[in-house]
Write a new protein. Sequence first.
Length: 210
Amino acid sequence: MSAHRLLTGKVVIATHNPGKLVEMRELLAPFGVEAVSAGELGLPEPDETGTMFSENAAIKAEAAARASGLPAFADDSGLCVNALDGAPGLFSARWAGPSKDFSAAMARIAHELDRRGVIERRAHFVSALVIAWPDGHAETFEGRVFGEVVPPRGTLGFGYDPLFLPDGHARTFGEMSSHEKHGVDWLTGAALSHRARAFVLLAEACLRRA
Ligand code: ITT
């Protein structure tokens, strides 16, 4: 296994999802790297042909690093519902269709659970984060948060946030500010969301506080 490499200077945030972009910028903010988004650089969205979150994150990060000549940071993530055999999972974005209608995607989850007469509502979010350098070096980190699917509540966050109630909390991600959703304590390394949990590992390995 290769040694971790420090990320300094300028980095591309290789996402076209505005909700993720906000969270990834916030997480990077304390570390003194200059972040520019794939959208700002006019980079295309590569086809996500992987069969694992980490593969798709690597596809996105490596494509952006090659195209920009800069280190690039990508997230591939999704919501996995136990009673739906892990769906929507890798297809979480696709369940919202070309119009990115997450109300419809959340309604589809409720419908699928009702159709199966399921009471068990366990679910988790997964985030795979990859930083890829233009010379081909890459680092991968993964985080998960477990909880339950509930009737959607709240207007904060993005995607499936309103229907996800993390274990030990009374409010859904849709009812939490992004700061609460990250839940990062840099002293202990604790974090709440899947993305923040993966990011804490990434930060320990590849970042230094500014
Ligand atoms: P990029 O590939 O450009 O980053 P995307 O939206 O296509 O954007 P993904 O392929 O990783 O990203 O799809 C994951 C989907 O899962 C995403 O569209 C969200 O709707 C959902 N998702 C991931 N993390 C989430 C979170 O923290 N809160 C709510 N929904 C989330």
